[in-house]
Design a protein around this ligand. Structure first.
Ligand SMILES: [Zn+2]
Length: 69
């Protein structure tokens, strides 16, 4: 059974390098929990930054809200 994977996308504010990760629901929860911001580390300049979940992964943001009571 294939699990749905969410595309989490963001770009580094310092060098503009973009990062894309494909994560399952479990992986997102484990990595980011229910926070509104995703924490990313740029693979180019190693800058740690956060990006709003709503823009990094609108799909997850929506799915997340649907489950929130
Ligand atoms: Zn960077």
């Amino acid at each position: 059974m294939a699990k749905k994977r969410f595309k989490v996308e963001s770009s580094c504010p310092q060098c503009g390098c973009s990062a894309v990760a494909h994560l399952s629901e479990e992986e997102i929860k484990e990595k980011y929990g229910d926070v509104a911001n995703v924490h990313m580390e740029c693979g180019e300049c190693m800058l740690k930054y956060s990006s709003p979940m709503a823009s990094a992964c609108p799909e997850w943001d929506e799915a997340c809200k649907m489950k929130t009571k």
